[in-house]
Write a new protein. Structure first.
Length: 284
């Protein structure tokens, strides 16, 4: 009954968070902190019947995810909403104490989040590239010209691998590897630098927006490119009132919160199925 209750609360929260992230590119703090307190509250209630280890598990998971969240946030990998939601997921999944195989559930979740998030991110990039195909194709042709020598070398390597198939059939996966990695690298670079950037009025900025370039007053650095905090927005609005700046370049990025939903659904429904196939991997 404990896991059913906390799973329903979590899935509902992640659905709402995914919707708000897709629509507004931010997740309200009340939702993130609500998940943290709800998870710990449910654990506290059930700990009366099931033992205090239930509550301790959530606290341990929260502590670990606070550390991960700060790492991702201060290295400018994630925004504030993503980081706070990760804290909530730490309280939800927890780290079982005394330690057993189920203590690794949080690790499986984080790995699934990174893997499924990468796949989801690439699909989102393909959608953006199609939507802005004129810009993308122009930049793609320009990059191919710029990396003409590398492109030619990789093409020759691909032909060599292709010719080896007749001698060593097992090398066929390598045929797509050289040019495939090159095109993927090129694709990600072009979409990030040309399709995710937009000028935003200072008055429309929100906490968590990614500043794509440094803000300077002459040679003086005022705000370096990073995830904007409330104090940064206050500085920018002050500069706006002084008529020193009207717009800033923002990296729009990918609404990443749906990846949390995918990863948690995998943990709840997919992990047991994989456990039947590879029982030694997911023993709980």
């Amino acid at each position: 009954m404990f896991w059913e209750t906390i799973s329903v609360v979590t899935i509902l929260t992640l659905f709402i968070a995914s919707y708000t992230d897709l629509k507004t590119r931010e997740v309200p703090d009340w939702l993130n902190f609500g998940l943290i307190f709800s998870a710990l509250g449910v654990r506290l209630i059930f700990s009366v019947e099931l033992g205090w280890n239930i509550f301790l598990s959530g606290v341990l998971g929260l502590i670990v995810c606070v550390g991960l969240a700060y790492l991702f946030y201060f290295t400018n990998q994630w925004g504030g909403g993503d980081s706070k939601l990760l804290m909530g997921m730490g309280a939800v999944i927890g780290i079982t104490y005394p330690f057993d195989n189920s203590s690794f559930n949080l690790l499986w979740f984080v790995l699934a989040l990174l893997l499924l998030g990468s796949i989801y991110g690439l699909l989102w990039m393909f959608f953006i590239a199609i939507k802005k195909r004129i810009i993308f194709l122009h930049e793609f042709k320009a990059r191919l010209t710029e990396y003409k020598t590398i492109h030619l070398i990789l093409g020759i390597i691909t032909l060599v691998f292709a010719s080896l198939i007749f001698i060593i059939p097992l090398v066929w996966p390598l045929v797509l590897f050289p040019l495939g990695v090159f095109y993927l690298f090129l694709f990600v670079e072009i979409v990030e630098k040309n399709c995710f950037m937009k000028n935003v009025s200072v008055k429309d900025l929100t906490e968590g927006d990614w500043l794509a370039e440094d803000i300077k007053d002459g040679q003086k650095l005022l705000i370096k490119k990073k995830t904007l905090e409330e104090k940064d927005i206050w500085k920018l609005k002050k500069l706006h009132t002084e008529s020193k700046i009207k717009e800033v370049l923002i990296k729009e990025g990918i609404p990443f919160i749906p990846s949390f939903l995918f990863a948690y659904l995998f943990l709840v429904f997919g992990k047991p199925l994989l456990g039947l196939i590879v029982p030694w991997l997911f023993l709980t």
